[in-house]
Design a protein around this ligand. Structure first.
Ligand code: GLU
Length: 374
């Protein structure tokens, strides 16, 4: 079972900040808060952590800049506010991160990016490349263009999807409350903070109540939905208050703050179970016997060991790995399409870039994305 101290081992951390954390009660941006956020995240990067920021605030900031008296009711108006606000939001992040020597990158996602296999692979690759470059992705929903059916709708859920897409070690959701309480602390004075949740049960969900503040879209309900996604993807999640300085570093240091949602299985187990039993098989590769032994010993699948690519599969599809006798010995997610694999079979990893004109990955299937079938 995951203990708090173990969160200190988390390397890849997704941090979500909500509108209520980023804006004053006046609706205007809390510049000091954004500054402290950028400073704190930079410090974590300097400790060797990888940070992905999911930020709300586009609609709220847009409302303020447009001088609207209340939150717009129609979708086009909300989208217009988001289009105005997102630029302002990004400008301030860019400025603050630059102050601390960091490069920020704006990434705007919609629901499709996490559910459509091809889009998922693209968003994953982009985010992982940014992280590898030492850049801090600053993510929001693409509010200005996403039509309602394709919207994720709230950034709590978006942040959990992002945590799952990038295989984060930890998701931190900052809010205007300390965490999940045994009852509504505003109405029940003896309500106590729940430190750890092992199962997002109906009883736990019943504690959530309705939505919270007026500027954001969240509330405890969406946070628990996010917790379900995170936990079922093997990513532990902490809800804590964003109003206290140093809270992110303290959580990342394993301190007992806010509410921790633990997952019973780790990411790898979950992904491998899904690979073995849940995924649709789109094609296969046949490998030589040396490669078969290497895979059984825990190696990744390289082009050198492949003899043929069979069927038609795309990068990101799940495929079977067949040995020379035609037995399916493993399954995994291919980093290259069947056409690409056909061109690089038998080749050394160093040759891939020359043959294809690019090299997305060294491996054709990484061992973390592979399950050996008995
Ligand atoms: N994407 C929205 C925004 O930037 C926020 C959604 C949310 O608060 O959950 O304003």
């Amino acid at each position: 079972m995951l203990r708090r101290e173990e969160l200190a081992q988390a390397k890849r951390i997704v941090v979500k900040v909500g509108t209520s954390t980023l804006t004053h009660a006046t609706g205007k941006l809390n510049v000091g808060r954004v500054d402290r956020l950028a400073r704190e995240l930079t410090d974590l990067v300097n400790q060797g952590k990888e940070i992905i920021l999911v930020t709300s605030g586009a609609v709220g900031v847009g409302i303020d800049r447009l001088g609207l008296k209340e939150r717009p009711r129609t979708i086009p108006e909300k989208q217009a506010a988001a289009a105005v606000g997102q630029g302002i939001l990004m400008h301030i992040y860019e400025k603050m991160f630059a102050e601390y020597g960091q490069i920020a990158a704006q990434v705007l996602l919609t629901r499709e990016d996490s559910v459509k296999r091809s889009r998922y692979a693209n968003s994953r690759n982009t985010l992982l490349t940014l992280i590898a470059m030492g850049v801090i992705p600053v993510i929001n929903e693409n509010d200005a263009v996403a039509i309602e059916e394709l919207k994720i709708g709230d950034n709590d859920t978006l942040s959990a999807m992002v945590a799952s897409i990038v295989d984060a070690d930890l998701l931190i959701i900052l809010s205007d409350i300390e965490g999940l309480y045994t009852a509504n602390p505003q109405t029940t004075p003896d309500a106590t903070l729940i430190s750890t949740v092992h199962d997002v049960s109906p009883e736990i969900e019943a504690l959530a109540g309705g939505a919270g503040s007026t500027l954001g879209t969240g509330g405890m309900h969406t946070k628990l939905q996010a917790a379900k996604i995170a936990v079922s993807s093997g990513v532990p999640m902490v809800i804590a208050t964003g109003t206290r300085d140093g809270v992110i570093s303290a959580i990342a240091a394993g301190e007992e703050i806010g509410t921790l949602f633990v997952s019973r299985e780790n990411r790898l187990q979950i992904r491998k179970r899904w690979l073995a039993f849940g995924a649709r098989i789109k094609g296969s590769v046949t490998i030589d016997s040396g490669c078969e032994r290497a895979l059984a010993d825990g190696a990744s699948l390289l082009a050198a060991g492949i003899q043929t690519a069979n069927g038609s599969f795309k990068a990101g599809d799940t495929i079977s790995i067949m040995n020379l006798t035609g037995r399916e010995m493993a399954r995994g997610i291919a980093y290259y399409s069947s056409e690409e694999v056909a061109r690089i079979v038998g080749c050394h990893t160093n040759e891939i870039a020359d043959i294809l004109g690019y090299k997305s990955y060294d491996e054709v299937i990484h061992r973390d994305n592979m399950v050996i079938l008995g």
